[in-house]
Design a protein around this ligand. Structure first.
Ligand SMILES: C[S@@+](CC[C@H](N)C(=O)[O-])C[C@H]1O[C@@H](n2cnc3c(N)ncnc32)[C@H](O)[C@@H]1O
Length: 217
């Protein structure tokens, strides 16, 4: 899944991952188990998710990163926010307005100083969008970028033999493999996905809360 894969998806409007309502788990759990309104939330690989609409309307300050400029233009249009657009580097452009800031970039081009201090990370369809070969590097990057901020992580679990991703199956052992060095990991909710993964194979969504450990190695 290189950049061309995702940019082509946006260009062809093949965005089956884009949900038509904010994620139920976000609405139900995020303000109480993760961080309250007013906090700064980082949304990696954000697309034009309605989760950002919900977070902004709840009073969170939101930063995101997304490869596709088309997606980010649509996000601001749909929110009816007129962005101020500036180039930070040749590879990183930023759209800003009304408590929302989205970097148009490959997440691997972001630095902690560009992002600044964040209170929490909201990862829905980001870790699971990446193939196994780049997931560990992404997880490590996210820990560094967010300076080990609390994470609200939504994974999908299914038999990877029966279906190729994305979304890729990320099981409990994978979450532990990527994050147990940095976080205490708590299961918040696990439930079957209605109609299965991509309507094809049975699977579950699993919501995790990752809280920074006292002692980090
Ligand atoms: C499965 S979609 C999920 C989007 C969003 N989180 C949602 O829930 O609707 C993954 C998104 O990540 C973006 N993306 C993929 N790789 C990326 C990267 N390395 N850096 C930034 N964005 C990336 C894609 O363009 C796509 O919009």
């Amino acid at each position: 899944m290189d950049a061309e894969f995702w940019l082509a998806k946006w260009d062809r409007n093949e965005i089956g991952f884009h949900a038509q309502h904010p994620h139920d788990g976000l609405v139900q759990y995020f303000p109480t188990v993760c961080v309250p309104p007013g906090c700064h939330v980082f949304v990696p690989l954000c697309g034009k998710t309605l989760d950002i609409h919900w977070l902004v309307k709840k009073g969170y300050t939101v930063s995101g990163v997304e490869l596709s400029r088309r997606a980010v233009e649509q996000l601001f249009d749909e929110l009816e926010i007129q962005p101020v657009i500036s180039s930070l580097t040749t590879d990183v452009t930023v759209f800003e307005g009304d408590g929302l800031r989205i970097f148009v970039a490959d997440i691997f081009a972001l630095t902690p100083s560009m992002l600044g201090q964040v209170d929490a990370v909201y990862d829905r369809a980001a870790l699971v969008a990446l193939p196994a070969a780049s997931r560990a590097e992404y997880a490590q990057l996210l820990v560094g970028l967010s300076q080990c901020a609390t994470q609200f992580l939504i994974c999908v679990e299914y038999d990877q033999i029966k279906l190729s991703g994305p979304p890729f199956a990320v099981m409990e052992s994978d979450v532990e493999h990527y994050y147990a060095r940095y976080y205490s990991i708590k299961s918040i909710s696990r439930y079957p996905v209605a109609n299965g993964i991509k309507g094809k194979v049975p699977g579950y969504e699993h919501i995790w809360l990752l809280k920074p450990s006292e002692v980090r190695s």
